[in-house]
Design a binder for this molecule. Structure first.
Ligand code: FEO
Length: 393
């Protein structure tokens, strides 16, 4: 429990040991579930709660802060890592009303079985007075669910943004004190859950530009007391701009695909194009997701197995498609023994990615001279395409 500004406190929990979110997303640096108390001279509000595994930390912090009465609990988002302690908070503070938008209200009833009469619903732009402090509710949908909103503390110019601008980072620092580390974890977070909604996020950034924001207090990771750092990073990530980078995501069973990948990587380096190679049976999928934020081109490489692409490649391709990166060009490299339909299978999975598909290269068995020549041609094609869109010379 720590003070951010007079009468504004952080009361959430640090989860140092968390290593997987949603049983899917790696958390190499842990995370935090941030929750905030704002004490007005008339009313007290709790902004978001914490993951149910950390309810005791939140309640203990409220007791230590001497909070005898909560008038409102603002729910910016329905997902359980922020709403999961709500039922317990309402049990301990029975007079509290849950303040949220109608969509989130429906979710909280569905997910947590909270009674209808506990809610006060707010529309976009509505305000709520705490006496000498005022909350304003700003709808910021699709960061990363449809009901997500942010809460602006008018007098202190603090934006409580929930997942928006967050980072999965467990740290004892209340405020950002290592820009590079926070940006890395924020980019990972953006890549893993926000990227599919980048156009809506862009609209939300435009909307927030109308507010004077001195601090952004998200619900994961440290507080941004220089908010321009994270706002500018988001502007870059959601923009249409891609970088002169190629991702090669691959698996090899008996070495043929690996030889083709090595040749391709060298060919990219020779042409002055940044390249990142990810071996998919051991990859931290978050690192692949981060690379997808900026790369102009993605090349998938796989051996044929069970008449199709390797299952690890199918999984990575499925996730890539779900993340809807702004990738402009895609190709496939592969090897096979007797046949199969990996090209049709992989291009079918990538239906969300509006990228041009460059001529794939398939080798029968060990790659031979003509296969390496085809890879060189693919490298030339990628170089020409990157030139065409103005990201290389
Ligand atoms: Fe941090 Fe969408 O929950």
């Amino acid at each position: 429990m720590r003070q951010i500004k007079p009468s504004v406190y952080a009361v959430g929990a640090i989860d140092w040991d968390a290593r997987l979110f949603d049983r899917l997303i790696p958390l190499p640096d842990g995370t935090s579930y941030n929750s905030y108390v704002v004490r007005g001279n008339e009313k007290t509000v709790l902004i978001d709660t914490v993951d149910p595994t950390k309810t005791d930390v939140l309640l203990d912090n409220l007791v230590r802060l001497g909070i005898n009465k909560i008038d409102y609990v603002v729910a910016n988002h329905g997902e359980q890592d922020h709403s999961g302690s709500l039922s317990d908070v309402l049990l301990i503070y029975p007079d509290a009303k849950v303040v949220t938008n109608p969509k989130c209200k429906g979710m909280l009833i569905d997910l947590l079985d909270i009674e209808e009469d506990k809610f006060i619903t707010v529309e976009d732009g509505d305000t709520l007075s705490l006496g000498n402090k005022t909350l304003q509710f700003i709808y910021t949908p699709w960061v990363h669910w449809p009901e997500t909103m942010s809460t602006y503390l008018v007098e202190d110019r603090i934006l409580f943004s929930c997942d928006f601008f967050g980072a999965h980072l467990a740290t004892s620092s209340l405020f950002v004190d290592d820009n590079a580390k926070v940006l890395e974890d924020a980019k990972r977070y953006y890549a893993e859950i926000m990227m599919p909604f980048r156009r809506q996020i862009n609209s939300n950034l435009d909307k927030l530009a109308e507010f004077q924001i001195d601090m952004i207090a998200p619900s994961h990771g440290p507080i941004h007391d220089h908010p321009e750092l994270i706002i500018e990073a988001y502007r870059d990530w959601v923009s249409e701009t891609v970088k002169n980078e190629v991702i090669v995501a691959y698996v090899s069973m008996h070495g043929s695909t690996a030889k083709m990948v090595s040749h391709f990587v060298e060919a990219m380096i020779d042409r002055g194009i940044a390249v990142r190679q990810f071996e998919l049976s051991t990859v931290d999928i978050g690192k692949l997701a981060m690379a997808l934020v900026d790369a102009a081109t993605v090349v998938i490489a796989t051996p044929m197995v069970l008449a199709g692409a390797h299952p690890a490649v199918i999984y990575a391709t499925f996730l890539t498609n779900a993340l809807r990166p702004k990738t402009k060009f895609v190709s496939i490299i592969g090897s096979y023994g007797w046949g199969g339909k990996m090209i049709e299978q992989l291009t079918g999975i990538m239906s969300n990615i509006k990228a041009e598909i460059l001529e794939p290269v398939l080798s029968r068995g060990e790659p031979k001279e003509n296969d390496f020549a085809a890879i060189d041609k693919l490298a030339d094609d990628i170089h020409a395409k990157h030139k065409e869109i103005g990201i290389t010379n």
